[in-house]
Design a protein around this ligand. Structure first.
Ligand code: SF4
Ligand code: SF4
Length: 387
């Protein structure tokens, strides 16, 4: 395998990569198809393309050692597919992206993991589930989302934000538009803002038994669903979420090359940061190898590395385990690590364990959405409409 002379090679041999990809391929075929092959040719093509895409990305991720590059391609595709699939679905069932007040009150709105922090205190204090999530299909879908979240959190902590969140690929993708940042100096104290937002939304949700973040602050309403503008209050809410989407998810990621929504605003991300304390994996720096070039500090999209953390051989609590610092370290001094084991220890084994489990989680979590996104595009090509 060819390697960049300025970077330490971290990819696996072709033999190991093929074996791992075969295991991934079998697992994804079984999981994505759920044991049955679709009869509709378009559905069959969409399923085949989803499986092919997932396994090609996995192969490249393992073989080249470019974790962040290939993760980001898959992750951003997931986010774009969500937007395509979700909006098409909204038009299919409601005729538009807007919701009436009645639908909101009847909880006929889609479920989303960002609301999880706001549910916990009201459930504990009053046994009230306040979040907007479709209760039409019963509580099973909500319960299954909690189970998925708990499992992913125990395994990956804030890695959820780079390997699971169906919105994160949007600011991740926009942060890669320019080669160099226009805004270079960002005050590192901004990483504390999401914790303040988290505290605010948890307290207000508990006080008003209402998902305040969803109603007032969530930028992703701009690309999913929103309340029909029928009053001044809703107009203000709409202006806020559209402005936040344009600013935090598009413009600032392009100008700074940072994931500004995820790193400097998202309360769910703040909650996941806390869970970095208890999950199985972390990202560690081999101090013996480190040149102190600070390349990792410059490239981190969440400001999760600074001189102090470098000195300690670890990342800050906000690390999303995206792998960008790992890809960019000229000495190969940074790697995935299992807590409680030696550093550097069996670095390749830790890397493969992390990548296999994180990618499998991402692939399974995203499969239906990517497949539906492809289906909608095929429908558009063949019928002129996505619905
Ligand atoms: S860990 Fe790697 S990228 Fe970071 S300062 Fe050390 S040598 Fe440079
Ligand atoms: S410290 Fe490394 S792995 Fe963690 S968020 Fe920053 S670039 Fe990604």
């Amino acid at each position: 395998m060819k390697t960049d002379p300025h970077k330490a090679p971290q990819g696996e041999s072709i033999g190991t990569t093929i074996v791992l990809t075969m295991v991934m391929a079998v697992t994804t075929v079984v999981m994505f198809s759920q044991g049955k092959m679709p009869q509709d040719p378009k559905e069959l093509i969409a399923l085949a393309l989803t499986i092919l895409f997932a396994n090609t990305i996995f192969f490249l991720l393992i073989y080249t050692g470019r974790t962040d590059r290939y993760r980001a391609i898959y992750f951003s595709t997931f986010a774009v597919a969500l937007v395509i699939s979700f909006i098409s679905h909204m038009f299919e069932v409601r005729g538009s992206m807007s919701l009436s007040e009645a639908k909101v009150f009847q909880c006929e709105v889609p479920f989303c993991h960002l609301v999880i922090p706001m549910t916990l205190v009201p459930v504990a204090l009053t046994k009230t589930i306040i979040f907007p999530g479709s209760l039409i299909g019963g509580y099973a879908s909500i319960a299954s989302m909690f189970v998925i979240w708990i499992g992913a959190t125990l395994a990956f902590g804030r890695g959820f934000c780079s390997w699971g969140c169906f919105y994160g690929g949007l600011d991740d993708g926009f942060s890669r538009v320019l080669k160099r940042p226009v805004i270079k100096n960002i005050n590192p104290k901004w990483i504390y803002l999401p914790f303040a937002v988290l505290l605010f939304v948890v307290l207000t949700a508990a006080a008003y038994l209402s998902p305040v973040y969803c109603s007032w602050l969530c930028p992703f309403k701009a690309v999913t669903e929103f309340k029909a503008v029928t009053s001044t209050t809703v107009l203000i809410q709409t202006i806020i979420f559209v402005s936040l989407f344009i600013g935090l998810v598009i413009v600032l990621p392009i100008l700074t090359k940072k994931r500004t929504q995820c790193a400097f605003f998202c309360p769910f991300g703040a909650m996941q940061s806390v869970t970095n304390k208890i999950n199985a994996f972390d990202v560690r720096i081999d101090k013996e190898k480190c040149l102190k070039c600070k390349r990792c500090i410059q490239v981190c999209p969440t400001l999760s590395m600074n001189e102090e953390s470098l000195e300690q051989g670890r990342t800050r609590i906000t690390c999303m385990k995206c792998g960008k610092c790992i890809d960019n370290c000229p000495k190969g001094a940074i790697g995935y690590h299992i807590k409680g084991t030696d550093i550097p220890g069996k670095r390749n084994v830790y890397r493969l364990l992390f990548l296999f489990s994180a990618f499998l989680f991402l692939a399974i979590f995203s499969s239906h959405i990517i497949e539906d996104g492809i289906m909608r595009i095929l429908k558009l090509i063949t019928t002129g409409s996505m619905i």
